[in-house]
Design a binder for this molecule. Structure first.
Ligand SMILES: [Zn+2]
Length: 245
């Protein structure tokens, strides 16, 4: 939806104001993450594009942010007539992902690393966010396995992530994804790996699957413990009443 916004520009040291077309106005606040209709405050056009300042109308926020728009043409003369396209806004405050109690109890560090990777991703620090998510996954899987198999702690710590998944993870979907994701085994070579968007998405899918797997394993174990506890109590009650006769 094309919208017009008023912006200033300079020609021969003189300031002018004019309505410019932009393809969209951001409908959420990059700082408080609520859906908003931003309040326009000011905009400036030069040969790099259009920069517009908006204010968040949310009473608890009311902060200013800048939306950046690019023009598809660079022609000096047509610059003032064309439509500008939204590219990004700044600053960004990244809302950390909240994980369940089960997951935070197993690995507190997983959540911390995951959210740092997410900040890097949102800020387009693509060189480090992939390695960050991979590290988060490694902490989640290894901390869970160490919790489960205390006797094999040292072995698990030293094992490659891919080997840990292969040996200990029962979930076939995680195994299948992990096998296809070549970079997962690159304990050494991911030093120079260039992370692509596809790699990142695959990695995040594996993290989600791992979380589901751990939570369902945990739930199943709790239910089994509860049922066998109930059975034991019943048996003891029976034995006790038999003794009383
Ligand atoms: Zn806001």
């Amino acid at each position: 939806m094309t919208v017009s916004i008023k912006a200033e520009y300079e020609i021969d040291l003189a300031l002018h104001t004019k309505e410019f077309k932009v393809n969209k106005i951001q409908d959420f606040c990059p700082l408080c993450h609520t859906s908003i209709k931003p309040v326009y405050r000011y905009a400036w056009v030069d040969n790099k594009g259009l920069q517009a300042i908006f204010e968040c109308p949310n009473e608890n926020c009311q902060k200013l942010f800048i939306a950046y728009y690019r023009s598809p043409k660079t022609d000096e003369r047509s610059k003032l007539e064309i439509e500008y396209y939204f590219s990004s806004s700044e600053p960004i405050r990244v809302k950390g992902k909240a994980f369940s109690e089960t997951i935070t109890n197993i690995s507190n560090q997983f959540g911390e690393i995951y959210n740092e990777a997410q900040i890097a991703e949102k800020r387009r620090l693509t060189n480090i966010c992939g390695a960050g998510y991979r590290r988060a996954l490694e902490f989640l899987i290894k901390d869970y396995l160490i919790n489960e198999k205390k006797a094999e702690k040292e072995e698990i710590e030293q094992k490659r992530l891919l080997d840990c998944i292969d040996q200990y993870v029962d979930d076939s979907r995680i195994k299948e994804c992990a096998k296809k994701a070549a970079w997962l085994g690159d304990d050494e070579t991911h030093y120079y790996r260039k992370w692509e968007d596809k790699d990142l998405n695959d990695l995040k899918v594996i993290i989600d699957l791992t979380i589901n797997w751990i939570e369902s394993e945990n739930l199943a174990r709790k239910i089994i413990e509860e049922i066998s506890g109930r059975k034991k109590r019943k048996r003891r009650k029976k034995e006790k009443s038999a003794l009383n006769f």
